[in-house]
Design a protein around this ligand. Structure first.
Ligand code: KG4
Ligand code: ZN
Length: 419
């Protein structure tokens, strides 16, 4: 299928992609223009359902996607104020993820592509997490008379999904504009940290992915989820450990760093180390099942374990990232991606170590390294699964020459390697 015939329109108003994401337990659709501007972004999370079970149940997830997917797609179009005729292409996550969940998203996207006659792009989930860092800061200033002037000059777009913040001066508006224009530069090192993956990826350019480090066992997000379970904190573990750790001492319990050479990671030992440390603290034998431990911990012990674990996990990630940068001194940007990139502790440690700053912003520029190193974290709401990042990834793939996929043929792959 050719993309021809719509190119003229793109030049006038940008390429608008309707993107769909359903690889795990979020049903999401978004409209993204030119890979960066968010016209709408709808995410329906099933977290409430799975908090009760302590984890995702694939069959339940698939059924929830089925119920939510069409209303979510309609809402994404409505929020953007668009109809199918305004959409230039459809993008969907097809790998990796839960089989039933991926099926619902891809079948919907295939159907829409066929019915509407739009080109269809199949996107890798981890690539899309990386591309969350190209989405523009959507906390756009409220439209005031001075922003009207910028709008008129075409310098400012107003994302309809944006949460408006009041910025008083034109200076602040211009600084927001500057920040929203900053994009990662190549070559770059991406640290992808999610519930299912922990990888270091080197990118020479758009759509060129080389895995330079990966976990040999558990993913870091999975480790957060399992440790939260041991401590009796709700699923998903990352946010609940974040919250509990605020009251805890990160130095209280010394936890080991795995001895894995090079750029690979290992997180299963850290999970076991937390389990043993909890048993020692409680004075119970190591044969005590983990599900009995949570009820014996005091709130303070729980908070101390959460803080100590969180610090250790983030330090392990940082250590490997630093080795990757030593091996790639030519890297111009660091991009952190995936659910765990929402961690304020990880952000703080990475920024302090690489740039010597602790302030919390979206993007930083450093003069400390030879050349200039830029460090990017996605806006917090784009750290976890969402469809805007899928629209961004598809756009840059199209720019790199990737062809649309046949909507009658597209299949899913629950497991796959980025490449
Ligand atoms: O990228 P994501 O939303 O889904 C996958 O592709 O897996 O990542 C989910 C993971 C979960 O393991 C969750 O516990 C973790 O991201 N996570 C966090 C935080 N928020 C979410 N981990 C650490 N700190 C957080 N604030
Ligand atoms: Zn994800």
């Amino acid at each position: 299928m050719e993309l021809g015939g719509v190119g003229e329109i793109w030049y006038n108003r940008g390429m608008r992609i309707l993107a769909i994401e359903s690889s795990c337990d979020e049903t999401a659709a978004a409209v993204v223009e030119d890979g960066t501007r968010i016209l709408s972004n709808v995410v329906v999370s099933q977290i409430d359902i799975f908090a009760e079970y302590g984890g995702v149940i694939p069959e339940v997830a698939a059924r929830s996607h089925l119920e939510a997917i069409l209303p979510v797609v309609h809402k994404a179009l409505d929020d953007a104020g668009l109809t199918k005729g305004d959409i230039d292409a459809i993008a969907v996550t097809h790998t990796p993820g839960l089989l039933g969940s991926l099926l619902i998203g891809t079948l919907t996207a295939r159907m829409l592509a066929i019915l509407w006659g739009k080109p269809l792009y199949a996107v890798h989930h981890l690539k899309s997490h990386i591309y969350a860092n190209w989405l523009e800061d959507s906390t756009s200033p409220e439209i005031s008379s001075s922003t009207d002037a910028l709008l008129a000059r075409g310098m400012l777009n107003t994302a309809r999904s944006a949460t408006p913040v009041s910025l008083n001066s034109l200076d602040a508006e211009v600084s927001w504009l500057e920040r929203s224009r900053q994009k990662p530069e190549f070559p770059l090192v991406a640290l992808v940290v999610s519930g299912g993956h922990t990888q270091l990826i080197y990118m020479r350019d758009h759509n060129q992915f080389e895995i330079i480090g990966t976990t040999r066992d558990d993913a870091v997000g999975e480790c957060f989820d399992k440790v939260a379970k041991i401590l009796g904190l709700p699923y998903p573990g990352g946010p609940s450990i974040d919250k509990a750790a605020l009251e805890g001492g990160a130095e209280k319990y010394k936890l080991p760093h795995p001895k894995v050479e090079g750029l690979d990671f290992s997180f299963s030992g850290l999970k076991t180390a937390v389990l043993r440390a909890v048993q020692v603290e409680l004075g119970v034998p190591i044969s005590t099942p983990s599900y009995e431990l949570a009820g014996m911990l005091t709130e303070q012990q729980r908070a101390d374990f959460a803080a100590s674990f969180q610090k250790t996990a983030c330090e392990i990630l940082l250590e490997k990232l630093e080795i990757a940068l030593e091996r790639h001194p030519e890297a111009r940007s660091v991009v952190v991606a995936g659910g765990v990139s929402a961690s304020a502790v990880l952000k703080q440690k990475v920024l302090e170590a690489l740039l010597g700053v602790s302030e919390s912003k979206n993007e930083f520029v450093s003069g400390a390294r030879e050349g200039e190193l830029r460090v990017f974290f996605p806006e917090r709401r784009f750290a976890g699964d969402n469809a805007a990042m899928v629209g961004a990834a598809a756009y840059f793939e199209i720019q790199a020459g990737v062809e649309p996929t046949d909507p009658y043929e597209l299949s899913i792959a629950p497991r796959s390697v980025i490449g």
